[in-house]
Design a protein around this ligand. Structure first.
Ligand code: DGL
Length: 262
């Protein structure tokens, strides 16, 4: 396999752009094929079988476009499908994991909160992860239905988003959490609003940096890091309505981009 091939990064929608941003900052020479499976977002309330089937579809797309590695930039898809994908596809796959470990280490109150989709929180993968830290800290989980749908809008309804955030965050504050883990890549787009509601004493933790670094070490291990000086190109694809997706992805990416059909 050639190190000049691109890396695939996918999510149910725009959430993975927060990971893409970190990957692009850390590895600016890597070319990326970003896929937003927007026609099928949100993944959160859908079952494992559906998410595995969609993830396989996206992996087949990546195989036909010859990528050297794939980042599943979606906690819900990682929880539901990454084990199966690693069995079925012979290429490096990097997944997400809610940052329970750093949160547990950093917490002084001994209580941490986790915001994620219902799918992630109900998954065996998350239950197993949580059980590893349950003895050290108290972990309060909060599924956040509706948030992803709002973030997927070209013009988000910030009032409704703040209302939902308050509903999800206040119970965590009542339980005296001092750290909130963002267990869904979409929520990185709400960090400012979450900080405003939670207040300055609460740490907000995500895994965006860690995943970008992990991709780097996986590529390095396999001698697949791109080693020329040519800047990488980013190409965006979506399964959704392209005229809407162009506006949405451009808003979230911070500049006007083109979006190709999946
Ligand atoms: N960005 C996603 C995650 O990290 C997907 C959310 C969804 O589609 O429900 O879980």
């Amino acid at each position: 396999m050639s190190s000049s091939l691109p890396v695939g990064v996918f999510d149910s929608g725009v959430g993975g752009l927060s990971i893409l941003e970190k990957i692009h900052q850390l590895h600016p020479r890597e070319s990326i094929l970003y896929v937003a499976d927007s026609a099928f977002a949100p993944y959160g309330p859908k079952g494992d079988e559906f998410i595995i089937q969609r993830s396989r579809h996206l992996m087949d797309f990546y195989l036909s476009h010859q990528v050297k590695a794939v980042v599943v930039a979606c906690n819900t898809a990682t929880a539901a499908a990454v084990a199966q994908l690693r069995e079925d596809y012979d290429l490096p796959i990097v997944g997400m994991e809610p940052a329970l470990k750093p949160a547990a280490l950093a917490s002084s109150s001994g209580v941490i909160g986790v915001l994620a989709t219902e799918g992630t929180l109900a998954s065996d993968k998350f239950v197993d992860l949580k059980s590893r830290f349950d003895g050290d800290v108290e972990i309060i989980t909060k599924p956040c239905p509706g948030l992803v749908e709002h973030i997927e809008q070209v013009v988000p309804d910030w009032q409704a988003i703040n209302h939902l955030l308050r509903e999800y965050i206040m119970p965590l504050l009542d339980k005296k959490v001092d750290t909130i883990v963002l267990g869904c890549t979409h929520y990185s787009f709400l960090t400012t609003q979450i900080k405003e509601i939670a207040g300055p004493d609460i740490a907000i933790v995500d895994t965006d940096d860690a995943v970008a670094r992990r991709l780097g070490s996986v590529l390095e291990e396999k001698d697949l890091l791109k080693n020329d000086k040519v800047p990488g190109e980013i190409t965006f694809y979506s399964s959704g309505d392209l005229s809407i997706q162009k506006k949405l992805i451009s808003r979230c990416w911070g500049k006007k981009v083109n979006v190709l059909p999946l």
